[in-house]
Design a protein around this ligand. Sequence first.
Ligand SMILES: Nc1nc2c(ncn2[C@@H]2O[C@H](COP(=O)(O)OP(=O)(O)OP(=O)(O)O)[C@@H](O)[C@H]2O)c(=O)[nH]1
Length: 678
Amino acid sequence: MSVLRDGSNVVSEGITKDLVQAVHDQEEMQAIQAPIVSSYNERIRPLLDCIDRLRNLKVMQEGIQLPTIVVVGDQSSGKSSVLESLAGISLPRGQGICTRVPLIMRLQSHPSPEPELSLEFNGRVVPTNEDHIAEAISVATDEIAGRSKGISKVPLTLIVKKNGVPDLTMVDLPGITRVPVHGQPEDIYEQISAIIMEYIKPEESIILNVLSATVDFSTCESIRMSQKFDKMGERTLAVVTKADKSPEGLLEKVMADDVNIGLGYVCVRNRIGDESYEEAQAVEATLFETHPLLSKIHKSMVGIPVLAQKLVQIQATIISKCLPDIVRKINDKLSTSVAELNKLPQQLKSVPEAVTAFMRIISSAKESLRKIFIRGEFDEYPDEKEMHCTARLAEMLSDYYEDLQLISIKVEQKQAFLEEEISILEEAKGISLPNFLPRKAFRTSLQKMVMAISATPAGFVNKFWEYLQGVLVPVLMKHSDNYPQLQPSIRRAAQNLVSKKREQSADWVSQIIEMEKLTDYTCNPEYSATWHDLMESQDRFMDIINDRCNDCTKSTTLEINGIGEVEVGHLRNHLVVAQEAFDLKMRMTAYWKIVLRRLVDSMALHLLFSIQNLVNKDMETEMVNELMGTHGGALERMLEESPPIAGKRYRLNGSIKLLRESKEIVAEIMDKIAAYAD
Ligand SMILES: Nc1nc2c(ncn2[C@@H]2O[C@H](COP(=O)(O)OP(=O)(O)OP(=O)(O)O)[C@@H](O)[C@H]2O)c(=O)[nH]1
């Protein structure tokens, strides 16, 4: 049984299952000395061309991954030498880092005996030839990544059209090194890792892991890295180079498969020094046939021709497997981009068009504001609690009522029971009948209470308008999203409007406070009812302070309905005014309830009225004045498309063009596949 079979036990499903099967089928082929060019190539050539054309179009920029054979390996493991052997050309080779940019190598079998080589990078095509290719790659690398030893993720494409090469596209990546050599940036490892990961992460990538026979595979960085994304090695094929240098134990190493290589191992001996490719091929073939140790390795696992055959097979399988998905993704992305483009605001060409667009912003914003401020519908902002305005406003009003009550209680608790009332009555004394509660005393008491809470309504009004601004501005911004050039003016208009409204509310509140101070009136029958209830405790009160009850010596506390328990013992020194003071206190208590409710009720009506006016009338006027008034010029600004929208339109048009071209390319190949199937 071959190592390949052992190694593939772990593979179970999906693309990788097909891949492993493909490799098995090939293993069964008797023609181990596979001709690099075969009729098989002619079948996969169109598939490969299609993928290469998509790669050239840069369809990957649109997030569409293409099946790619990615060559990874530790530094100097022999990656470039393997590619050279496959392509039969010279690449920059040597000790230390040679590959400094991703090198996309497209090998194409070509009928003419004259090879054609060219490099594509930075939008240019540079023709070259076999004698100068290594030098041309070094020059292009310097141009992309600079002359020092730095690296770059900008790829360089090498097209090799040559008689006898396999139809293959592979990406050679910089070798992994942990220690920066002279002239390399300190973070070279991180930079190289980032590039490698970007290429090997997609499920569509086949990892060609180049391992030197001279090292322990489990210590290779490239194995560690490929296992991060392909833990079971299901899409990893290992090429073991330098078999000639380290033949001892190689068979055992690949048989043991300690590093989980699902797609199997191929051991090779690359060209060395000045050998020609023909010489190198012959030396390799002899080595694996005659070497006492290497000849024991199964023939399906040795030599560059076997590697070429395997890669061609794997590539064909992965491409045909991925193609339907690529077609679907291209179609999906195309319809998403077209829909996004259609959603962009229409490019305005004239002032009437700009006026219409402006009026549309106002009316759509108004409708949203009516929903959230007035009708309490928050379907546009289901999860943003702050935007559920009617509920928040109701909460704010109930907090406001509680605040007013708390302040009133604190004022009452400042002095002992009736002490305040007694002092007011003392000062309100005049030449008049006794036992006749002077109106002046009631007014004084009322004014003191009103003064104590007077700052609260003003504070509440500020808090409310601040909240309203926090809702109004985002709603307006959302509706004017397509015209960012208008947004500063719209924001300013909204802020000005809220300031004006806040001032109006502040004036209204101070008037309300003044009115409450001036007049003590209510038509609410609850006032009299409450006063009567409270006065029911008066007799008991008088008994306690006159010491006329049995238990009065023991306890001088009195329970009053609606007020609670109060200490009255200190009032025995004020027997003359105590009764009047009690009456004054109870009248004030009953009336104050009415005052507080009136303050909250009228605040609610005032605010809702203000909101209605703001949404229905004032907002439009303010916007028109701000945007079209003397400092406006908004309509002219609307005619110039904003840079972000123009940028988005440009980007979407670019994507759509690219995706349409891609769609045509894949449509062609799908037709061909359908023709084959027939
Ligand atoms: N003896 C022998 N030497 C080899 C073999 N393969 C590669 N080499 C030598 O190993 C050295 C490194 O090979 P490269 O192909 O440059 O390695 P690389 O992985 O591309 O190097 P970087 O891109 O710099 O990471 C070169 O001197 C090659 O000639 C082989 O099979 N046998």
